[in-house]
Design a protein around this ligand. Structure first.
Ligand code: 9MR
Length: 372
């Protein structure tokens, strides 16, 4: 009897055996994606990287991983003088040893809230502009230089556009340098430090009808990048799908597919490639019963991926976590009924869910990529 990889993983996990090391099988999401020229992957890090079952699941399913937090300023820069690459190195070394590629996330999270506190409190001295530029270029060149070429795609700038206003956010760096100038410096420095890597602007604008302001803001920023000659290769479409603020049982929100396609057309029309960088589905507004809930999540994922993969500029599809056990969404507002969330392709016990099958089906239906 030939045991499938899924059975082997579940069996080994149940018996608490060391995980078998095996090559990815033909039915893994990585292999199904690769058949169409798509790299499939997910994020690892935080508390989940210590779980051997979870590492094995990722190694079995993914061609690519991205450290969830370990490459951010908050993890790599305890203060202005020092770098700490312990967490990021561990993930990059493991991925390389297991034949997986790595994406870098993120060289600059352009948000006061998500930068370490010392960046705001830092003494910028007599020439604050020069000092802000020194900090930023030193950071980007050190991190990008360390991980190139093992990292061949970086989220250079993350979430610079305020989703409520469409304007660029302000940070301690941008107060000294100017907002667009800060982003320019980050991209130019990344290009120098990692000349062969894909440089990505990454954000969470999406296809719901209430996301128009955010979409417009991102479009304006991308146009500005083109005008200024900023070296940006692609837009990372995070794809955190599902509810925003509403936890009422209204489904996954009103969609505006026409506006979304127009947005993607404009982005690709400017010559940017696209990536899906952080896909998951927040199921707070969906009914508690697992069958209908999983079915709705899967249908949503399939419709979304079908639309997205019709753009051949997408050759990377990443989930933000493979298993419900470790989703960041568990730390967000609880479901109104208090039940565990089910936002990922695998459940909390690492069993594939209909969301997994939806990804497999979308890959099977996808046209072969331009760059395959
Ligand atoms: O999933 C990440 C969570 O563990 C961190 O606490 C948080 C702040 O560093 O970032 C989360 O990841 C975010 C990603 O870096 C950027 N896009 C949105 C993701 C979910 O918030």
């Amino acid at each position: 009897m030939k045991l499938s990889r899924r059975t082997l993983i579940a069996g080994a996990a149940a018996m608490a055996l060391p995980m078998p090391a095996f090559a990815r099988e033909a039915d893994s999401l990585a292999s199904l994606g690769a058949a169409k020229g798509i790299r499939f992957g997910s994020t690892v890090g935080k508390n989940n990287f210590a779980d051997p079952r979870y590492r094995a699941l990722n190694a079995a399913q993914c061609a690519l991983v991205v450290p969830e937090n370990e490459m951010k300023w908050a993890a790599t820069r305890p203060d202005a003088e020092h770098f700490d690459f312990t967490g990021a190195d561990r993930i990059v070394d493991w991925a390389t040893a297991n034949g997986m590629g790595v994406r870098g996330h993120t060289l600059l999270w352009h948000s006061e809230h998500w930068m370490p506190e010392w960046v705001s409190k830092h003494d910028y001295g007599a020439n604050p502009k020069a000092e802000a530029e020194r900090l930023l270029t030193q950071h980007v060149s050190t991190v990008a230089g360390r991980y190139a070429p093992r990292v061949d795609s970086f989220d250079v700038v993350n979430e610079a556009v305020d989703s409520e206003t469409g304007e660029l956010r302000e940070t301690a760096l941008s107060q000294r340098l100017g907002a667009i100038e800060t982003l320019d410096i980050a991209f130019h420095t990344a290009r120098q430090a990692a000349p062969k890597a894909q440089l990505v602007y990454n954000d969470y604008m999406g296809w719901r009808s209430d996301e128009g302001v955010h979409r417009d803001g991102v479009l304006r920023l991308l146009e500005e990048f083109r005008k200024r000659g900023t070296p940006v290769d692609a837009l990372g479409v995070q794809s955190h799908l599902g509810s925003k603020y509403s936890d009422t049982p209204t489904g996954l929100g009103a969609l505006d597919e026409t506006a979304w396609r127009r947005f993607l057309d404009e982005v690709t029309g400017m010559g940017f490639d696209l990536l899906i960088t952080e896909m998951d589905i927040h199921d707070n507004p969906l009914p508690g019963a697992i069958g209908p809930r999983d079915a709705e999540v899967a249908a949503h994922a399939k419709a979304y991926l079908d639309l997205m993969l019709s753009y051949r500029q997408i050759d990377t599809v990443m989930c933000w976590g493979l298993s419900d056990r470790y989703s960041w969404l568990n730390g967000l507002r609880p479901r109104p009924d208090g039940l565990p969330k089910r936002p990922c392709p695998y459940d909390a016990d690492f069993r594939a869910k209909p969301f997994h099958d939806a990804i497999a089906a979308a890959f099977a239906a996808a046209p072969v990529r331009r760059k395959a």
